[in-house]
Design a protein around this ligand. Structure first.
Ligand code: PGA
Length: 255
């Protein structure tokens, strides 16, 4: 099972800031053989530049979104084929900010996932409950429904190529974070859903944790047996913090 530390830059940086952040990452991200994959997801205008800057290094590039269609009259949108053509390896889909501010549903996300897989791009599928859902003890059902809606139509060979990020909405950008026990319980739940598609799927699909993951709480969370790294927002914009999260992930040995 691979471990992934992915940085979601959201709508931050500009051209020179993005270039400088990657240069800084090249200085501080640990080198050498590692079981941890490193991914950065810059905003669209900097994607090609970051792909160039990271070519041949251990840093892989992700888009933050894509359109479900192959191409067409969709002003302002970006296709999976375009992402593949500039060397993107991954694409986030279903992030809670896309769901909340842009009305994205799991049915739409399911289409995006199909298109991405067709173009050889690995979807990082984000799911997670909001605070009301957690407080009313519906979080396991909410995540199960999300997964069924977005991943339910995939056969097991396709499912093996997906990465899942559990991101409790109440922990994103709030400074609140799930406890290690809360993260592990949900990740085990997700793993058991994956197991219904076969042991290979359950043993292959990394499940990342996201939501205010920082160097001071990452060791506890990354050590959970069903946590395979993190999807990092705020701390991914600070090269030293992001590098520290990678080092923590490298130190964690799953039993
Ligand atoms: P955060 O963001 O680390 O700033 O909470 C995580 C995410 O939205 O992916």
């Amino acid at each position: 099972m691979r471990t992934i530390v992915a940085g979601n830059w959201k709508m931050h940086t500009d051209a020179s800031g993005s270039r400088a952040l990657v240069e800084h990452l090249h200085e501080v991200v640990p080198r050498g053989a590692s079981n941890v994959e490193v991914v950065v997801a810059p905003p669209f205008p900097f994607l090609a530049q970051v792909a160039e800057q990271t070519r041949g290094t251990r840093i892989k590039v992700a888009a933050q979104n894509c359109h479900a269609a192959e191409q067409g009259a969709f002003t302002g949108e970006v296709s999976a084929g375009m992402l593949a053509s500039i060397g993107a390896t991954y694409c986030l889909v279903g992030h809670s900010e896309r769901r909340q501010y842009f009305g994205e549903t799991d049915a739409l996300v399911a289409k995006k996932i199909m298109t991405l897989l067709k173009h050889g791009i690995i979807p990082i599928y984000c799911c997670g409950e909001n605070l009301t859902e957690r407080e009313s003890d519906r979080h396991f059902d909410v995540v199960a429904d999300q997964m069924k809606g977005a991943l339910g139509e995939l056969d097991s060979v396709s499912l093996e190529r997906v990465v899942i990020a559990y991101e409790p909405v109440w922990a994103i950008g709030t400074g609140l974070t799930a406890s290690a026990a809360q993260a592990q319980d949900m990740h085990a739940h997700i793993r058991s859903m994956l197991r219904t598609h076969g042991d290979v799927v359950a043993a292959t699909v990394p499940i990342l944790y996201g939501g205010s993951c920082k160097p001071d709480n990452a060791a506890a969370i990354f050590s959970c047996p069903d946590v395979n790294g993190g999807l990092i927002g705020g701390a991914a914009l600070v090269a030293e913090q992001f590098a520290e999260l990678i080092r923590i992930a490298e130190r964690v040995k799953h039993p």
